[in-house]
Design a protein around this ligand. Structure first.
Ligand code: HEC
Length: 289
C-alpha cells in the first residue's frame, strides 16, 4: 500500500525529531541531572521496519531502534505487538514493552517505537527496566521468550503523538511556595552586583537584605522537610548575604563584592540536586536524591 509507506515514513521522522529534542534537552541541562535509565541511546538510532526485525532479529539485538509497523494486538497495559502488515497476521510480530504507555495503541494503526531491542527474557527486562513489572500473561511470556522485544521510551502514533510520554505533574503547594521565593532572586542577585559596582550602598543594602530574607525562608522550608543538606546551602547563602551587609556597614564595598560569587554558588549547588526542570520549562522540587 502506497499510503501506508508514506505515512510510516512521516511517523518515523516525527518520532525521531521528538526523541532527539527530548534527548538534547536532557543533556543541555547538565548539572546533576541523571540521564533517563532506558531512554539514553549510547549509539545512533537504527531506523528499521518491524518485518526486518522479525526476519533478522540477531542483526538488531542490543541496538537502539526506531521501529515502524502496524499494531497487531494490545497485550497488556504496557505491552503490545507490532507486525508489518495491518491487513493480516503474519505470525512475525515483534513485542514492545513501553513502561510509561499512557493509553492503548490503536489496533492496526501504524506506530513508531523508539528504544533498545533485546531478546525477550524476564531477567534481562528486569535488569534493564528497574521499576518495571512485566504485566504480560504467562502464555505471552512463554510465546515471546527469546524473541525480539523493543523496550520503548517513545511510542508515536499517526497523529504524531507520543503516547508513552508521561504527563507533566502539576505544581504542588510546596512548588508554589518555593517558586514565590525563587522568582525574585535572579533580579536581586543582579541588582546587588550592579549597586556594588556603582557604589550605591543604600541600593546594595536593600538587595542584600532581600537575599538574606529569602535564604532565611528557603532554610525554613527545607528545615520543615528535614533536608539538612539543602538547609546547609540556604544557610551558607544567608551568611554570604549577611557578609555583604556587614561589609556595607563597614563601608567596605570591595570586601562586600567578594561575597557575590560564593552566594551564587549556593543557588547552583541546591538546584543541581533539588531542582528539576520539566519539559515545559517549569520547575519542581526534586525529592528523590
Ligand atoms: C536550598 C535550595 C535552593 C537554593 C539555595 C536556591 N534555590 Fe532556587 N530553587 C530551588 C528549588 C527546589 C526550585 C524549584 C522550585 C519549584 O518547585 O518550583 C528552585 C527554583 C528556582 C527558580 C525557578 C523559579 C520558577 O519557578 O520560575 C529560580 C529562578 C531560582 N530558583 C533562583 C534561585 C537563585 C538566584 C538562588 C540563589 C540566589 C536560588 N534559587 C537558591 C532550590 C534552591
Amino acid at each position: 500500500m502506497k499510503r501506508s509507506t508514506t505515512s510510516t515514513a512521516i511517523v518515523a521522522a516525527t518520532a525521531l525529531a521528538a526523541f532527539v529534542t527530548s534527548f538534547t534537552t536532557t543533556f543541555a541541562q547538565g548539572g546533576g541531572q541523571a540521564p533517563p535509565a532506558a531512554g539514553t541511546p549510547p549509539k545512533p538510532l537504527v531506523p528499521v521496519a518491524a518485518s526486518s526485525v522479525a526476519n533478522n532479529p540477531d542483526t538488531y539485538v542490543g541496538e537502539y531502534v526506531t521501529m515502524t509497523g502496524a499494531v497487531e494486538a494490545n497485550l497488556s497495559k504496557t505491552a503490545f505487538s507490532i507486525d508489518q502488515d495491518k491487513t493480516k497476521a503474519t505470525g512475525k510480530e515483534v513485542l514492545v514493552l513501553a513502561p510509561s504507555l499512557q493509553k492503548p495503541t490503536d489496533q492496526n494503526g501504524y506506530v513508531t517505537v523508539i528504544g533498545q531491542l533485546i531478546k525477550f527474557d524476564e531477567k534481562e527486562v528486569a535488569a534493564k527496566l528497574k521499576d518495571y513489572q512485566i504485566d504480560l500473561s504467562a502464555a505471552d511470556i512463554a510465546k515471546f521468550k527469546g524473541k525480539p522485544v523493543v523496550l520503548a521510551t517513545a511510542v508515536i502514533n499517526t497523529a504524531g503523538i507520543d503516547i508513552a510520554k508521561k504527563p507533566i505533574p502539576p505544581m504542588t503547594a510546596d512548588d508554589l511556595a518555593l517558586q514565590k521565593i525563587m522568582t525574585k532572586l535572579p533580579a536581586a542577585q543582579g541588582a546587588v552586583r550592579k549597586t556594588l559596582d556603582s557604589k550605591d550602598a543604600a541600593g546594595a543594602r536593600e538587595q542584600a537584605t532581600l537575599l538574606k530574607e529569602s535564604f532565611t525562608q528557603i532554610e525554613a522550608f527545607f528545615k520543615a522537610k528535614n533536608n539538612a543538606e539543602a538547609m546547609k546551602w540556604a544557610g551558607e547563602g544567608k551568611s554570604h548575604a549577611d557578609a555583604i551587609l556587614v561589609n556595607l556597614g563597614l563601608n567596605n564595598i570591595e570586601a562586600a563584592k567578594t561575597s557575590i560569587t560564593p552566594l551564587g554558588g549556593t543557588c547552583a549547588s541546591c538546584h543541581g540536586k533539588y531542582r528539576e526542570r520539566m519539559e515545559d520549562g517549569t520547575f519542581r522540587l526534586k525529592t528523590a536524591g
